[in-house]
Design a protein around this ligand. Structure first.
Ligand SMILES: [Zn+2]
Ligand SMILES: [Zn+2]
Length: 270
């Protein structure tokens, strides 16, 4: 089977970053057109400690609970000819995803965890490419050094890799690809990577192959991308399972990919 017939990272327009056309009806119609076999709706869920000024706290526990319920009801009504899992993209904070009420986790068919914030700050890695955001990265680096920030980031990954409520980790290391942190002198420490991967395998958490990482282009990220393939291959060697997630915010990008050979190598032809 074509590995891209499964896409486990899709948003509806419930998320403020979702395109207005991203209704469940349109997502189903597009998926039928593309012959999808399985998709997952993973709506953003942010902690109340997120930067409210940036508009990232857009929902409340009650609103997301109602929304998940509505999606399930609509799915039952529309009867799509393929599997849809309904869940969340949980934003990882210093305590992992502990801020999420149990009731929400219980109502999810899939829980994906993703890093969006620079550890120890309320600032998103990717909110403003290269401007204020990188100024803050520079400030954090000036205080503690690059290696420390890479290590702090990996510690968050280690934390979530021990949480059995999590099914999958979305856009892994994308924040490191976007920042100017990794270079020839500053790699992700292999011992931390191996512990992370071994935890994922033990706790049955899969790792996402995300097409957006390949498109990031700064001189530093080009260096990162070369290493990224090795980071993923190491995960495969340690027995980690992969899945494909397009992170679609509009229906037409469902199943859209960019590095078929690598994805097929890592997911394995089905
Ligand atoms: Zn994300
Ligand atoms: Zn997403």
């Amino acid at each position: 089977m074509d590995i891209y017939k499964e896409d486990l990272h899709i948003h509806t327009n419930f998320s403020p970053c979702g395109h207005p056309s991203a209704t469940l009806e349109n997502i189903i119609a597009e998926s039928v057109k593309k012959g999808m076999k399985k998709i997952a709706i993973t709506e953003h869920y942010y902690s109340p400690e997120s930067n409210e000024g940036d508009g990232w706290v857009y929902t409340t526990p009650q609103k997301i609970l109602n929304h998940l319920k509505e999606l399930k009801e609509k799915q039952a009504e529309l009867k799509p000819p393929f599997v849809i899992l309904i869940g969340i993209e949980a934003d990882v904070r210093k305590n992992g995803i502990d801020y999420i009420p149990e009731e929400i986790l219980d109502s999810c068919e899939i829980v994906m965890a993703c890093l969006h914030h620079i550890p120890g700050t309320k600032i998103r890695w990717n909110h403003r490419y290269g401007e204020e955001e990188h100024g803050i990265v520079k400030q954090v680096v000036k205080e503690n050094g690059k290696a420390k920030l890479i290590e702090d980031t990996l510690k968050l990954y280690l934390k979530i890799s021990k949480n059995r409520r999590i099914n999958q980790i979305g856009h892994p290391f994308k924040e490191l690809a976007m920042s100017t942190l990794t270079n020839k002198e500053n790699l992700i420490p292999e011992d931390l990577l191996i512990s992370f991967y071994d935890n994922l395998k033990e706790n049955n958490i899969s790792l996402e192959l995300n097409p957006s990482i390949w498109g990031i282009a700064t001189p530093e990220s080009k260096f990162f991308i070369r290493n990224y393939i090795d980071y993923l291959k190491l995960a495969k060697e340690r027995g980690v399972n992969f899945y494909f997630g397009s992170d679609s915010h509009r229906p037409d990008t469902i199943g859209q990919n960019s590095r078929k050979e690598i994805d097929e190598l890592l997911i394995g032809r089905k």
